[in-house]
Design a protein around this ligand. Structure first.
Ligand code: DX5
Ligand code: ZN
Length: 216
């Protein structure tokens, strides 16, 4: 499968959000990556339902929603109503991950689980066949523009092995510090979806930057 690109709107210009959404619509990007932060699980607060609904109205591609919130079960239905197509929760925030994943899928969304840099891949052994996506964090979640943690590459290789062994259909997504110095290595390691925020929105020609990531 050709890898996918999911630009992170966290680095978009929120004063010109519709313009940045149209840029992604008109680019070779595949998904929109939306980062939802609660100020408790991560030391930052981003945006909530009104903004997601606004994005949904204009976006012509899959909404890939990354929840960095504690006890996400409280809000699963609201995220579905706001327009999420893929809903990813953090392993570290769920006491009953299996139930959370089933809840997400029962509402018609794809279910993802994200691992912080310190959380090992083997903890997913008994749930990997239920997942549509695993999101490997290559920075500590909370902020855009951070430096890539190279250990993510080894985690992706381990995860790829686990997915093949278990015949899981889960896609591997990587998030944090992705740029032209590591993107090819990530794809070669088995990554299916590249999230990029600062690298895309900080570039002078965003459409071209997305095309270059897609071409790798
Ligand atoms: C970090 C977020 C990321 C972030 C990526 O907590 O999950 O999606 O926006 O931004 P960059 O690509 O700038 O590291
Ligand atoms: Zn993210």
């Amino acid at each position: 499968m050709k890898h996918l690109i999911s630009p992170s709107l966290l680095s978009a210009d929120f004063g010109n959000l519709q313009r940045d959404i149209e840029m992604i619509n008109n680019s070779e990007a595949d998904w929109f990556h939306l980062d939802i932060m609660d100020g408790i699980f991560v030391p930052n607060i981003s945006f909530g339902f009104p903004i997601i609904k606004h994005i949904k109205k204009h976006a012509k591609k899959t909404l890939d929603v990354h929840l960095m919130i504690i006890d996400p079960d409280r809000y699963i239905e609201q995220f579905q109503k706001a327009g999420a197509d893929i809903l990813t929760v953090h392993y570290e925030t769920c006491n009953h991950l299996h139930r959370t994943v089933q809840n997400i899928k029962s509402l018609g969304m794809k279910a993802g689980v994200s691992l912080n840099p310190h959380t090992p891949v083997h903890l997913l052994e008994d749930i990997i066949t239920d997942l549509d996506l695993v999101l490997i964090m290559s920075v500590n979640p909370g902020f855009g523009g951070q430096k890539f943690i190279p250990n993510a590459l080894d985690k992706i290789k381990k995860l790829k092995k686990l997915i093949i062994e278990t015949k899981s259909n889960a896609l591997i997504e990587v998030d944090g510090g992705v740029d032209n110095t590591n993107a090819k290595l990530l794809i070669d390691a088995g990554c299916d979806v590249l999230v990029a925020g600062n690298y895309i929105f900080g570039s002078s020609d965003q459409i071209k930057t997305i095309s270059e990531l897609k071409l790798l």
